[in-house]
Write a protein that binds this ligand. Sequence first.
Ligand code: UDP
Length: 253
Amino acid sequence: MKRKRIYEGKAKVLYEGPEAGTRVQYFKDDATAFNNQKKGVITGKGVINNRISEHIMTMLNDIGIPTHFIRRLNMREQLVKEVEIIPLEVVVRNVAAGSLSTRLGIPEGTALPRSIVEFFYKADELNDPMVTEEHITAFGWASPQDIDDVMALALRVNDFLIGLFLGVGIRLVDFKMEFGRLWQGDEMRIVLADEISPDNCRLWDFRTNEKLDKDRFRRDLGGAAEAYQEVARRLGILPEGGPRDMKGPEVMQ
Ligand code: UDP
């Protein structure tokens, strides 16, 4: 099938969808870190992230958090609504790690007094610099109302995900979201876009603190593919054998 490629990112490709106002999101196995300086492949990652993101977005839609997700199409693709992406990476943190620990000298693993929301301007050539609401509104990337909506949604998603992961023995340390503007006639609403998967979350085993996310790749810890599978398995969306023998949704005992 020939279709127009809209955009190719580091981990996904976006194609024109079958109907107006839709897009197809294709999940690759490619992994990058440190703004593209480190490149590799995590075998089966695309298949697993497609499933994990489907699982999470479906539940978010069910509890009234609007997302771009429509449905999964096949092993590596999902149908999503066309949105105008707000050029921000919205990070919510519950436990100190990564750039927050480096920047502020707070040891990794320190519980934060409350969830902290940070904004980064999406610009690879600038290394995604951290920005404040002042920059965002002054440069017109989002309005004060957009920011209020994004903050409220981000914190609701965080509360939901903390509980979801806690239920399967995983601590949600931090994660990144992207939001988009969904236009319906003259009406606009902000919806969750992109993906939620171990590529953009820090997930630590609750008991052992073992990392079950992309830090295994970033920090050369090994076992990234297995860690992603473990997250999917705990969420009940991956049969024991791994991504190759996935047929359809299956409830784990
Ligand atoms: N993150 C992401 N994409 C990025 C940068 C960060 O998905 O380009 C996620 C990352 O996986 C982590 C959270 O955002 O869950 C916070 O990342 P941090 O700012 O600590 O940056 P990092 O240490 O990953 O450079």
